[in-house]
Every structure is written in structure tokens, then in C-alpha cells.
Ligand binder design. Sequence first.
Ligand code: FES
Ligand code: FES
Length: 151
Amino acid sequence: MKKIQITTTINNKPRKLEINPNQTLLDLLRDEFGLTGTKRGCEVGECGACTVLINGEAVNSCLVLAPQIEGKEVLTIEGLAEKGELHPLQKSFMKHDAVHCGYCTPGMIMSAKQLVDENPNPTEEEIRTAISGNLCRCTGYVQIVDAIKEV
Ligand code: FES
Ligand code: FES
């Protein structure tokens, strides 16, 4: 298939890319950029493990085709830390023991980031709604909700 050119921003770095038009954003991030913090789970939009932010909005990267990020800003879990300092959400997840196997964690944190960016003092209900698309098999969600609440 003929490759196409796009310009985009990934983790605050402007990029000019030549991509396969039928490639998913998940594949692009993991396979081309080695950004494996974004997890491959169901690949059908049900688990949330692949959640990233596009222009600040949490999306399942397995459901986004790479050409759709033309002109947009993509943020993955690797782009959250600033100057070597973990994001407050990352610190809070560690403090509350909200990371068990860790597979859901990057996606969970990206969904939480959209929430706290838009609503710095969310209620428990709002937190649970924001992470309702992110499945966790380990924690029972209580520590995750507590971690987000404290940020
Ligand atoms: S891998 Fe994308 S939602 Fe499960
Ligand atoms: S910590 Fe294992 S799936 Fe959430």
C-alpha cells in the first residue's frame, strides 16, 4: 500500500511521518516509536489499555487510524513526566498501591489525566465514569479511585 505523509506532534515533539494509511495509532506508537507504555489489549475498543490523549481527549488508540492524527497532538504515558519528575497522577498511583500487574495503568492514567485537566476536583462518581472504559483485573478499582481523588 502506498505510504502517505502526515505532520503531527507526539509527546510534545513535532513530527513529519511517512505512514501506512491502514496502520492504527496503537501500532504506530508501539512499533515505529517504541512507545510500549501504550498497551495492546483487546484491539477492539473494549479494554482501554491502549488509551492515549489526542488534543487532550482520551481515545482508544487501537480504534484510531494513524492518518487521523494529522495536525493533532498525541500524548502517551511516556510524555507525562516533566524534567524527570513523574506526573502527580503517576506519583499518586504509586502512593496508593494502585499499580498491581500494571497492564491497565498507562491507559487508566491517561483517562484520569483528561478528567483532572478538565475537572480538578472530581467526585467519586465522576472518577468512576471517566475510567469506566478502562478495565482492571487486579485492583478492584478502589486504590485507583483513591489515587485519582487525591491529585
Ligand atoms: S487495546 Fe484498545 S481498547 Fe483494548
Ligand atoms: S493492575 Fe493489573 S489490570 Fe489493572
